[in-house]
Design a protein around this ligand. Sequence first.
Ligand code: NAD
Length: 352
Amino acid sequence: MHSFTYTQLPGRVVFGVGALEELPREIERLGAKRALVLSTPEQRAQAEDIARRLGSRAAGIFARAVMHVPIETAREARDEAKRVGADCAVTIGGGSTTGLGKAIALESELPILAVPTTYAGSEMTPIFGITEGGMKKTGRDPRVLPKTVIYDPALTLALPVGLSVTSGMNAVAHAAEGLYAQDANPIMSMLAEEGIRALARGLPRVVKSPQDLDARSDCLYGAWLCGAVLGAVGMALHHKLCHVLGGTWNLPHAETHTIVLPHAIAYNALAAAEAMKRIARAIEAPNAAQGLYDLEQSLGAPLALKDIGMPAGELDRAADLACAAPYWNPRPIERAAIRKLLDDAYFGRRPA
Ligand code: NAD
């Protein structure tokens, strides 16, 4: 075994069907008396339900979370938190809503109680992102890590099948890259493999039967583990490519991750043999990259960047951007091979 350093992140997790019942007690446990509830406009009804459950401990609802946390929205939410005298934020939703909570916490140190309803995993990480002037800036700050996370699989029953699949593969991507992270460690590798396994087991059953609570539980459990990996160790090529593609061409987050993942894994295959073995074992396939592609295909996931809005003539620019700033990756970043990877992802070819 290699030597390693491992930092345990703090945080309390309440997991289970019906776990949302614990919300009032968990808010009390945080010592909070005035919670501002955050959601997207689409999830306002769920935010209202949260406020009802909190009764007098609900200070208000801000149902204007949108993708990529624009600075204007962050400012409005911060002002609203001040205006209502909030001493806590409850986020109900996916990464966009959790991200808005983080933007508030970054300035005010307000504790966040997160109630995730997708598999993105943001609730497990001290990573924040705020978009200003068309540029998304990301950073790490322990103040934005939610103090408590309530995972209730029942809340994911309404997550559309398509989004369940891509969000689930987004989670798998965190774990897959965590396995070959520069600062990988045995604890996180264990979580990563188990997280991939839980999602690979759960997603096909969710596709077949979206109301299957047991399958939903497996997926949310996997998402938790994969999110924890993202929070604890560094990422590499795959996350860099998705950041470039999403940031520059405004491609949808989870779909982009889904499409790029098998290709990024194929790129790193020879440089990260142990990680490949663990991914392959978790998805029960002979080959990690091909196995991920086949899994996605069987789940009806999008497989080609051309189908999600990537302009045809921009692959060279994407390759340039992906190679511009140096970052760690198990295999060195080679321009020609990255351009080829993007071509394969653009047309949705099965990795060789
Ligand atoms: P999202 O939060 O943007 O949600 C997508 C849509 O699905 C929204 O309209 C939302 O209201 C809806 N939705 C969510 N849960 C639902 C449910 N159970 N039922 C019905 N509708 C539901 O999507 P996402 O993929 O969860 O998050 C993507 C964002 O999160 C990106 O901006 C990404 O950068 C960020 N993110 C950040 C981190 C981090 O660690 N900071 C990690 C992962 C993702």
